[in-house]
Design a protein around this ligand. Structure first.
Ligand SMILES: [Mg+2]
Length: 217
């Protein structure tokens, strides 16, 4: 069985955490919660952690419990100077271009943010599709239904034909249980429970040479 789809998480996976992007978004999330819910910084931190654990994203917790409008929230928290924080990555573009698989960004963020990130990295044309929070109908990673939906949208029905690269072990666990090949990207724990652990997404093909195999059938 050759791989047909490479699912790639976006934030902290296609660019390194050291870029500061995710920290900057996190600060905007804090401000949004303090402003909307009248919380102190510490209270916002605590609630954010709780929602992240219980709902997979802060947004999903805010949506379920406080009727926050997802589009408004996402526009606010993603208003960070990505263009100053991310650089074009020609090596990554080259690696992706040579993959015979369908390359699908699979993210709990929204399409607008994903498209901006891809443009900053210079890999817009190396990505075939984006499965975002709205394509997932607000049922995001790590909910098992999110992976089923992503596969359906990518037109595959066999998890064994899929690879998922993500910086969060908890987003990889359901995929691995289903039978996808999982790749932990970045400084995550050595016992992250993934099939493969790489420091940078650019090492993907070197760590998983089967990705080079032409697609059969
Ligand atoms: Mg991520």
């Amino acid at each position: 069985m050759s791989y047909r789809v490479a699912f790639l998480d976006l934030d902290d996976t296609l660019y390194p955490p050291a870029s500061g992007v995710w920290n900057a978004i996190g600060e905007r999330i804090q401000v949004f919660m303090m402003d909307r819910l009248g919380l102190s910084y510490e209270q916002a931190t605590g609630l954010r952690r709780r929602y992240f654990e219980e709902y997979g994203t802060t947004l999903n917790g805010l949506w379920h419990n406080h009727a926050v409008d997802p589009q408004e929230y996402l526009a606010f928290v993603h208003a960070v100077p990505l263009e100053e924080m991310l650089e074009r990555d020609p090596d990554l573009a080259g690696m992706l271009r040579e993959l015979p698989q369908q390359r699908v960004v699979f993210t709990n963020a929204n399409r607008q943010h994903a498209e901006r990130v891809l443009a900053c990295l210079g890999i817009t044309h190396e990505i075939d599709a984006i499965v975002d929070l709205f394509a997932l109908e607000m049922v995001n990673k790590p909910e098992p239904a999110a992976y089923q939906r992503a596969m359906a949208l990518a037109g595959v029905d066999d998890p064994a034909a899929c690879v998922l690269a993500d910086d969060l072990p908890r987003n990889l666990h359901p995929a691995r249980s289903m039978g996808m090949t999982t790749v932990l990207v970045g400084p995550g724990p050595a016992d992250g429970g993934a099939d493969v652990h790489i420091q940078r997404i650019n090492d993907l093909v070197a760590a998983l040479p089967r990705l080079r195999e032409p697609i059969d059938g």
